[in-house]
Design a binder for this molecule. Sequence first.
Ligand code: AMP
Length: 193
Amino acid sequence: MSDVHSVAVFCGSRPGGNPAWMTGARDFGKALAGAGMRLVYGGGRTGMMGAVADGALAGGGTVLGVIPEFLKQLEVAHEGVSEMIVTDSMHSRKRRMFELADAFVCLPGGLGTFDETMEIITWRQLKLHDKPIVLVDLEGAYGPLVASIEGAIVQGFAPSWTRQLFEVTTDVAGTIERLKHLATARGGAVALL
Ligand code: AMP
C-alpha cells in the first residue's frame, strides 16, 4: 500500500509540439485519479497543465489548483477543479504545492517546469525534504535536462548521488506503478523550508 496520496505535477502551460505529450498528460491525470491519488498542480487550463487536470477530473479524481493571483488571467485559471488556492506570489505557490504533496511528478514542459523540477531536486539535495521525485520522460522530453545533470556530475559540480534524488520513467503506467510503491519520508525533513 502506497504512502502517496497527493501528487504535485509540474508540466508545461503549452501543449508542446508532439501530440503524444498532451495525450500522456491527460492519460496520466486519469490514471492518477484511478489510483485514488489527489492531483495538486498549478491551476491553469491551458496546455499540459489543462490536460492533466482534465484527465484527473474525467477519471473522477480530486484536483487542487494552486495559482498566484497575477497569473489567474494570464495563464487562464481552470474553472472546473475541485478546489483552487490563490496565492499572493510565485514563491507562496511553490511552497503551498510543496506542502500539499507527498511526491512530485514532472511531465514535459518549458522553463517554468524546468525551474520547478530543478528546485524540488535541489531542495532534496540540500536535505530540506525527502519526498520522491519522478521525471516522466515521454518521447524523450527529459533527455536534455537529465543530460545537463549528468554533465554537472561529470564536471565535478554535483556529487554522483545526485542521480539518486530523482527517478526517470518513460510512460504513464510505469509512473503510476512507481507511485504506488514509493514510501514517503514520514515527518520528513521539511521544517527548514
Ligand atoms: P512552463 O513550463 O514555462 O509552461 O511553465 C509551467 C508552469 O510553471 C506555469 O504555471 C508557470 O507559471 C510556472 N512557472 C514559470 N516560471 C516559473 C518560475 N520561475 N518558478 C516557478 N514556476 C514558474
